[in-house]
Design a protein around this ligand. Sequence first.
Ligand code: PLP
Length: 360
Amino acid sequence: MSRVYNFSAGPAVLPEAVLKEAAAEMLDYRGTGMSVMEMSHRSKAYDDIIKAAESDLRDLLHIPDNYRVLFLQGGASQQFAMVPMNLMKNRAADYIITGQWAKKAYQEAGMYGQANAIASSEDRTFSYIPDCSDLPVSENADYVYICENNTIYGTKFWTLPDTKGKDLVADQSSCFLSEPVDVAKYGLIFAGAQKNVGPAGTVIVIAREDLIREDVLEGTPAMLRYKTHADAGSLYNTPPTYGIYICGKVFKWLKEMGGLEEMKKRNEKKAKLLYDFLDQSRLFKGTVEKKDRSLMNVPFITGDEALDALFVKESKAAGLENLKGHRTVGGMRASIYNAMPMEGVEKLVAFMDDFEKKRG
Ligand SMILES: *Cc1c(COP(=O)(O)O)cnc(C)c1O
């Protein structure tokens, strides 16, 4: 068996230790005689799994007591609808458009109320984060929405926008648990699991209690109400049991690694290696404004499409997989999430250096 270095943007690399542990527990989870996949979500064994997952996540992020943690389904995209359905009391919200995911969320919100695009970086293919120090926040806005790390374009909000007192809602899918976060600065955070914490299909929502409301938009299905899931401890119906189990293992792994301060250090070190190489390269260049660079997703180009294609092909043959950039940006993209070891980035940079010497 040989594993590749997987630079996919998502579903993405998971810690090998987690996969091995899950494999060892596949047929008989800790003496239950069955796989977690085959287990009732109402069983004692599963109750321990979901409770431990929540408690470890609370430890990692120091989630305040007045915030609820929900493990839901439908991926991050379902939150594009759940957020407005549950939070749009005044039927208005402000969106900052920093990429495709933010735009999709904005368009979805427009189906339920007035969605205002109050800042955007679309004029330059989302290659930067717009100035959010003095936004025209709408008086009646129920919240201000951001996509905190833009998976496709490789930008990150390093300063949160001044929301002028409105609740901040953040899609953290591709930066979730990559660094410490002050949860109290947000009204609601959500993250699809398949970028940094687990299998696709699971989405984690962290919401301040007062935003888990009874008076949601008329016609909101029970399954799309935060309250339904909060009241039932994420066990209203069958949750994505196996996904939550793997997320729980990743949370434990993160704690063992030293928590989010340590992950931030590691992630900075990995990203620096790659960005430093890009900044001195005569062949490759990063596509993003330096001040807004993501630690998780690093897009780069040679400026020559044929050469980009050759790079993707040859890197794959060298065991560096999924480096092809998103179709809207072109070129390459290296996603270097928590579970990507330093060694993977070192191999990538060595490969790029070699490629440059041969073809540049
Ligand atoms: C991948 C991604 C999504 C979409 O996730 P799904 O689980 O496929 O719905 C949304 N937002 C961001 C930032 C993402 O990276």
